[in-house]
Write a protein that binds this ligand. Structure first.
Ligand SMILES: Nc1nc2c(ncn2[C@@H]2O[C@H](COP(=O)(O)OP(=O)(O)O)[C@@H](O)[C@H]2O)c(=O)[nH]1
Ligand SMILES: [Mg+2]
Ligand SMILES: [Zn+2]
Length: 319
């Protein structure tokens, strides 16, 4: 059998990069699950697979069948936005993640940062929080950035401020990206595709003009896709995410994956404290003292509520 790595996954077909650098379009047969959840796409970008060539008895383009998915080092899933009880596999076998965000255009939504972190944190994937579009920031915006930097650095994340067109920024990012497989995520419009184009100009990925025309969406990234970096490494562009819900996580999973909350939770009176209304809760004490960021705490509570209510969170509801 032939071995390769999945570079694009649409759910109905997959592009696999083979050792001889050719790319072959594949399909897959069979049903696959992760932790008992059904998957909209059983194979993710970054998966190592074995495949067989398919005999072409008609004009179909498809020319390979994935027979085996090799064990994953890790994976990134999200709840499917359309089918509530399905998971969507975004990427597999990543070394690190870039969470791209902005202060302006689009406006900062701290809740979104906290939700994204909940995708990578359960798998212990090192995540860099990168604020793009530094060129748009004025003094007041820079203050907002500094306060975000303080919050997230104090809980152990690396925070950067960059501009997708600034050579110095690109040099910094290249040193982090080199020889690693990096999952790039962030809400639409923050500049993911622009950044990849700047890092790797020959790729010429379509970017989105957010401002004027209404031809909605046809130029944006619809599926996760891996791009090889000529200075070494791989980057996985992910589709513009509009909502992130976590019905696949338990309440305790959420409590364990807000780092600063988990850190002090051993000092709560109850071992299974969820830090809501329980007495003698160290998390609430730290929030009151100001050592745990109150907005992170509010986002945490909201995610718990949603999971309990099986509610569906929309980006468009203001946080
Ligand atoms: N001013 C400024 N605009 C940027 C920057 N990076 C991207 N953009 C613009 O933001 C818009 C959305 O970018 P795109 O790469 O499509 O975002 P994506 O949805 O995250 O892939 C485009 O109009 C880009 O030109 C930046 O660093 N500064
Ligand atoms: Mg894009
Ligand atoms: Zn507690």
């Amino acid at each position: 059998m032939i071995a390769g790595i999945v570079v694009k996954s649409t759910g109905s077909w997959y592009l696999v990069l083979l050792e001889d650098n050719s790319i072959i379009k594949c399909r897959i047969v069979g049903k696959f699950k992760i932790n008992g959840f059904k998957l909209t796409n059983p194979v993710g970008v970054g998966d190592y697979v074995r495949l067989e060539m398919e005999q072409s008895n008609n004009d179909e383009e498809i020319s390979g069948v994935i027979k085996e998915i090799l064990p994953r080092q890790n994976y990134i899933v999200r709840q499917s936005p359309r089918q509530l009880h399905y998971l969507h596999l975004l990427a597999a076998n990543v070394d690190q993640a870039f969470l791209l965000t902005t202060i302006k255009e689009p406006n900062l939504k701290q809740g979104f940062i906290d939700r994204f972190l909940l995708m990578t944190e359960p798998q212990n994937i090192p995540t860099f929080i990168i604020f793009n579009k530094s060129d748009l920031l004025e003094a007041a915006d820079l203050e907002v950035f500094e306060s975000m930097k303080n919050i997230y650095e104090s809980i152990g994340y690396v925070v950067k401020l960059v501009s997708a067109n600034d050579p110095k920024s690109l040099a910094v990012l290249k040193t982090i990206l080199k020889d690693k497989s990096t999952f790039l995520c962030g809400q639409s419009g923050v500049g993911k595709s622009t950044l990849i184009n700047s890092l790797q100009p020959h790729l010429d990925i379509k970017t989105e003009e957010i401002s004027d025309y209404s031809g909605k969406g046809q130029h944006t990234t619809t599926f996760a896709e891996m791009h090889l970096l000529d200075f070494g490494g791989k980057i996985i562009d992910s589709p513009g995410i509009k909502s992130l819900s976590y019905n696949n996580l338990s309440l305790q999973d959420v409590a364990h994956n807000f780092r600063e909350i988990f850190e002090v939770s051993s000092e709560c009176k109850y071992g299974d404290c969820l830090h809501r209304n329980e007495p003698k809760c160290m998390v609430k004490q730290k929030v009151n003292e100001g050592t745990i960021d109150v907005n992170r705490y509010i986002n945490y509570l909201q995610i718990l509520d949603e999971i309990e209510n099986q509610n569906y969170w929309e980006l468009h509801t203001d946080m």
